[in-house]
Design a protein around this ligand. Structure first.
Ligand SMILES: Cc1cc2nc3c(=O)[nH]c(=O)nc-3n(C[C@H](O)[C@H](O)[C@H](O)COP(=O)(O)OP(=O)(O)OC[C@H]3O[C@@H](n4cnc5c(N)ncnc54)[C@H](O)[C@@H]3O)c2cc1C
Length: 425
């Protein structure tokens, strides 16, 4: 079998929100960038996410009508004032991004397992045994081909000048850059999607229920689908609960029933298929470590969760990933156009890192603090949260019925929009 050798300027690792949006931004800039994805298909675990106005601004900046397509498919949350907030189905957004990319951009079942620094040559090892390699200092594509050393095995090889790690919290690229491993927050999250073929009949409001030591929310995505989540601090005895969708649903229902959440809302949890309830530990990267971290090193950088894994308490992880993508595509698009020159690309990546560093720090830190306050079962913290935060009481339980609680909404809104220039490609 003859070894094939592909030459690429930019390779994106991970076909999540960050990876696909970055590839689309680069495509808009006329730069080709294959996306290596470990899964055999788009990964839509998590079902939905709250997309704030900054996410839509980023999608609009990417252009090609993706933002409007997502708007058409999803309900605008009521009581969001002048701010656009929608609960977006992940599969809808990922598919919309994929559709705008040139055919074959995403290379499925391509899992990067490690990156090796081989004396001026970066070698990416894939799980199937194949190897992708690139030289750090490459002036021209022709030089790349000439300089690529021979592989011993008969495998495909890909030479590239720039590698973008959008591999989420699995952090192969982040680890190579030496970023701190994400820390476990001590909290877990369960997520599900309830499908009502005849319509769910709920108003397009974002409901949030805060009880002792847990927080739960429900968000209609469209007329038929409702996304829900439940975050809590597990005890030693919760192992069985975490591993079983059925038990988890029981726990969620028991907690919400104790808060006297109305039956119409409880039906959302009951409706979700147990096989489709996902539980994840909530992790974040220390904001302090991000202050000095190598967000880019040479021709390699990270974006999205690979850069700033955060607890979901601001609903900003995915929105920030889209922001990253626009900034990265802008920086790299300008650096890569007209033939790649490694030093120029490295400078562009440093510029990107500089722009996104503080944004990442503030979001990760704020999300952690907001999560601590919202989920706290400490009497004093709870009192201050409920009184100062303006939470409404629902039959003795606390809920932000009608809208998200003023507390988290105000903070999320602030971080989503304040002082942020509109992202532009
Ligand atoms: C409970 C919960 C609720 C959330 N709610 C919100 C919300 O309301 N609003 C919001 O904005 N954000 C929210 N988030 C955060 C949001 O989900 C993430 O920030 C976002 O999905 C990050 O996108 P990403 O592309 O960086 O990573 P991912 O979506 O994780 O994508 C990474 C991709 O890389 C692939 N990959 C991984 N490793 C490799 C490898 N080695 N080689 C090749 N491919 C690889 C994966 O298969 C995946 O497709 C929430 C998160 C959680 C956990």
């Amino acid at each position: 079998m003859q070894r094939q050798e592909a030459v690429e300027d930019i390779v994106v690792v991970g076909a999540g929100l960050a990876g696909l949006a970055t590839a689309l931004g680069l495509h808009r800039k006329g730069v080709r960038s294959p996306v290596l994805e470990s899964s055999p298909a788009l990964r839509t675990a998590g079902f939905g996410f709250t997309a704030w106005k900054n996410a839509f601004r980023a999608l609009d900046a990417l252009g090609l009508g993706v933002g409007d397509k997502i708007r058409e498919q999803h309900l605008q949350a009521q009581a969001s004032g002048p701010n656009e907030i929608r609960c977006v189905r992940r599969d809808s957004l990922l598919q919309a991004l994929e559709e705008e990319l040139p055919r074959g951009t995403i290379r499925y079942s391509s899992r990067i397992v490690s990156i090796e620094d081989g004396g001026g040559v970066r070698i990416l090892h894939l799980a199937d045994g194949s190897t992708l390699r690139s030289k750090v200092k490459i002036a021209l594509q022709n030089d790349t081909i000439a300089g690529a050393s021979k592989l011993n095995t008969e495998q495909d090889a890909l030479c590239c000048t720039c590698r973008i790690g959008c591999d989420g919290i699995n952090f192969v690229v982040a680890r190579w850059l030496g970023l701190a491993e994400p820390s476990y927050s001590g909290r877990m999250a369960a997520r599900g999607l309830a499908h009502f073929p005849d319509g769910h009949g709920l108003e397009p409001k974002f409901l949030q229920f805060i009880g002792r030591g847990f927080r739960s929310g429900m968000r209609p995505c469209n007329q038929t689908d409702v996304y829900w989540f439940f975050t809590w601090t597990p005890s030693e005895n919760d192992k069985g609960v975490i591993e079983s969708g059925a038990k988890l649903k029981q726990v969620v229902l028991a907690n919400l029933t104790a808060l006297k959440v109305p039956p119409k809302e409880l039906a959302v949890i009951q409706r979700s298929k147990t096989s489709e309830v996902f539980t994840v530990p909530l992790r974040f990267r220390s904001p302090l470590s991000l202050l000095t971290a190598s967000i880019s090193k040479g021709s390699v950088c990270v974006a999205g969760d690979a850069l700033h894994p955060m607890t979901p308490d601001l609903g900003q992880g995915g929105c920030a990933a889209l922001e990253d993508s626009v900034v990265l595509a802008r920086c790299l698009g300008e650096g890569a156009r007209g033939g790649t020159e490694s030093r120029r690309i490295e400078a562009r990546l440093r510029e990107y890192a500089g722009i996104r560093r503080w944004r990442s720090v503030e979001l990760v830190a704020t999300a952690y603090v907001v999560g601590f306050i919202q989920q706290s079962n400490n009497d004093i913290v709870g009192f201050l949260r409920d009184k100062l935060g303006g939470l409404k009481s629902l039959n003795g339980g606390y809920t932000g019925a009608g809208t998200m609680p003023a507390f988290s909404t105000r903070i999320s809104r602030g971080w989503a929009f304040l002082g942020r220039p509109r992202p532009e490609l």
